[in-house]
Ligand binder design. Structure first.
Ligand code: ZN
Ligand code: ZN
Length: 337
């Protein structure tokens, strides 16, 4: 039975506060599935959406890092049955026909829709979602621990793969939040030497406990990495902070690779001379391939990339977003329904 309404964390205006309100639940249409949500992680991209001057949809339900159970199927849905567990990511749909969609890079499709941005998200008791981008999630993982893998884990793993490093090479990870604490685990699993960088001593402490070879305060991290390691083969910036990007750039070896994967409305000025004379590659990384996401869930079952989480009720979401804005969350905050 589809309930008529459900509680959701929503925005009612651009740059407005996140509030919890009752929203209507539609019957799942053709190709859609009704999901009873079990857990949804809170992501900095939710705050990025909340910071935009214009939103394509209002009111807008946030959330794109969800785990739930299929409650009802619309017409024509194949591959999922009632009761199945499903994961929901930022990717709600793509055109399926463009060059990027046809080459396994559908995350760059110009006609994509995104949960919690261009379509209603899943920070809600129930969500009606298109079936094609639902993800299979192993039953062995608790929902609250699996949820952060749908965005933080996938993005962190995708960024590391994008860096194209070989075992024994070094990576500097900038930002030890939800993505960073998972990225350390993946980097170690890939046989990399790992430096963790953050402004928060408690997050650096966590990075050390997860096996980072170096844990550095953000200020002067670039110079310290040059001194200690002769620079890193790759630097991955998991926040949207231009100051972090600047330090990451400075931390690189000659011919090193800078990967940026955090969103921000800020700008970063490119150091042209160093980019040219040192042969620096700069690349954006967004989510990962579907195979990367499968690997993230497989690794989690084997104990690699386990999310450190704090559990909250939906009513607490507005206050938790405020704490996120202040950088006070260790690991990932997850709403459990
Ligand atoms: Zn996210
Ligand atoms: Zn496309």
């Amino acid at each position: 039975m589809t309930p008529s309404h459900t509680a959701a964390a929503i925005l009612t205006a651009p740059r407005g506060a996140v509030t919890v309100a009752s929203v209507p639940v539609a019957e799942p249409g053709t190709g859609e599935v009704l999901v009873r949500m079990e857990a949804c992680g809170l992501c900095h991209s939710d705050l990025f959406v909340a910071s935009l001057e214009k939103l394509p949809l209002l009111p807008l339900t946030l959330g794109h890092e969800g785990i739930g159970r299929v409650e009802a199927l619309g017409a024509g849905v194949e591959g999922f049955a009632v009761g199945d567990r499903a994961g929901i990511t930022f990717l709600a749909s793509t055109c399926g026909a463009c060059e990027l969609c046809l080459s396994g890079r559908e995350r760059f499709c110009p006609r994509q829709l995104n949960f919690g941005y261009t379509v209603n998200g899943v920070l809600a008791g129930y969500a009606v979602v298109p079936a094609p981008f639902l993800v299979r999630v192993p039953d062995a993982l608790p929902a609250a621990e699996a949820a952060p893998l749908c965005c933080a884990g996938w993005t962190a793993y995708g960024a590391l793969r994008e860096a194209g490093l070989r075992p024994g090479q070094s990576v500097a990870l900038f930002g030890m939040g939800g993505l960073g604490h998972l990225a350390i685990q993946y980097a170690r699993h890939l046989g990399l030497r790992v430096a963790a960088v953050d402004v928060s001593e408690s997050k650096l402490e966590m990075a050390r406990s997860l096996g980072a070879d170096l844990a550095l305060a953000a200020e002067n991290a670039g110079r310290t990495l040059q001194k200690q390691w002769g620079g890193a083969d790759a630097a991955i910036v998991l926040t949207g902070s231009p100051a972090a990007i600047q330090q990451a750039f400075r931390s690189l070896k000659r011919t090193g690779t800078l990967i940026t994967s955090g969103l921000s409305t800020n700008q970063y000025e490119l150091p042209i001379v160093d980019t040219v004379l040192k042969g620096i590659s700069i690349r954006g990384s967004y989510l990962g391939t579907r195979a990367d996401l499968d690997e993230v869930f497989r690794l989690a079952q084997s104990g690699v990339g386990r999310a450190h989480i704090e559990r909250h009720s939906l009513d607490q979401a507005p206050a938790v977003f405020e704490r996120m804005r202040q950088g006070e969350i260790l690991g990932r905050a997850v709403v459990v329904f």
